[in-house]
Design a binder for this molecule. Sequence first.
Ligand code: 0O2
Length: 213
Amino acid sequence: MEIKKSVLYEWKNLFKIYKFALDEVNTKLNILNEDFQFIHQHNPIEHLNSRIKTPESTMEKLARKGLEPTLENAKKYIHDIAGIRITCSFITDIYSIYELIRKQDDINILQIKDYIKQPKPNGYKSLHLIIDVPIFLTDRVEKVKVEIQIRTIAMDFWASLEHKIYYKFDKAIPASLRNELKEAADSANYLDERMEKIKTEVDLYARPQLVKG
Ligand code: 0O2
């Protein structure tokens, strides 16, 4: 997509606000992670990744949605210009983090897609949130949208490979590979469930007063 330099400059200038939003939310998540560790002796967040979509790929996404490539449309219709991916060890951590985000007074949760309770047909699992957070600028306060994807290490491993294959085959994955990927997603899910069970047992050993009988 050919974009005029002046237009690109205007977009890049406005996209600064998404970087501020990522800084704000990343700080909140790091605080929650450290406090959780202090109270529960366990880190719910294994790692955090964030990225800002480029103006070029935002314009392409607008075009795919049949919308004019304007800044107004980008702000209104593209919810993942600022994106954060949270990777956790256990499924229960995903929902603990979700609860902690939900309780933050200045964060609005605009949309929740729970692909863990309802996985996509290809096997994709993750909890997706679209939130907005107020950013205090020199002359105004702006509410900025951020997409947060929360998943386990196993879900992330699967999604990264599936994403690569999806683009390698130009979004038309052959049926045999699709079946293998679905089986791999089931194995990742099995691993998540076993790890959760082991963690529950370890927690019981650490707190023997909870063991019944
Ligand atoms: P990329 O290249 O990762 O940025 P929307 O963004 O709301 O217009 P959609 O599809 O309704 O589009 O949103 P959804 O379902 O919340 O998915 C958004 C993002 O989740 C995707 O971004 C992917 O990052 C991830 N995702 C969703 N489904 C799959 C899947 O089947 N496999 C993998 N690997 N990732 C998935 P983008 O912009 O589509 O892609």
